[in-house]
Design a protein. Sequence first.
Length: 281
Amino acid sequence: MAYSFHSDPVAAATEHSATGKIAEIFEDIRQTLDVEVVNLIWRHLATIPGGLEWVWTSLKPLYQGAAVGPAAYIRTHLPLPPVPAISRDALRAAGIDNGALTAIGEVLDSYQHTNALALVCLSAFLARFDRAMPPLETGERLTESVSAYMAPGRAALPQLIPLAEMPGALASLVHELNGFGEDKDPALTASMYRHLAHWPAYLVMVRTILAPLHESGELASLVAATRRLGDQAGAQAAGAIPTLMSRQPIEPALTAVRRFVRHPIARMTGICSLIRHATPT
């Protein structure tokens, strides 16, 4: 099994080199989530003995049912600060034509869909297995009818660009964007920005939107509110997890899930939604 340190901020199995049980689970993730790529959290868990199988077996039923309504609720109830819309004229002036805008929209839609699901499912995993987590009051159930929600479906996202292969100014821009809204752990670079790095002019517009919100603390407030929603939804969904404790040492997998859900997933659930609202469809 090959692990990638060049293009990923943590040890991660690569999709093309995965074999055996890891490859089977990766394909199951793609089919269940209807996505083309396996997100970093799963590829990182593949480097932890027993981690990927335990976490995915625990959470697949939630992805197929119990998490769908709460994820829809989160997508529609995030307290997004008002932001100016990016105009089509501005995009055209920056060299972003209709084809590029469609591809950008596919990236944003894919992450908006999977981030909210991951927030609910991984928060449920912590509520179920992490004894360090304080018990949470479940409160009013966070769920919403999904009959009007259209999942974006599978899209061929552009290749992830390794930071080391970006021009220096672009890598610095991605690094800066990744720090917006983050409080303690900016080392995990959000994959969404690396997908969007194919359109540097668009990322410049995104920076113009996010920078003042970061400085004012509004992004930090959005991330904190997103974490609270995730915690509440996760506490409500935890009972649907069918598995028991892993026979492998559990702390490495719990540490990975805790780090991802509290930082890049909670952060990008809100920020991706904010960017999507500002970008024309």
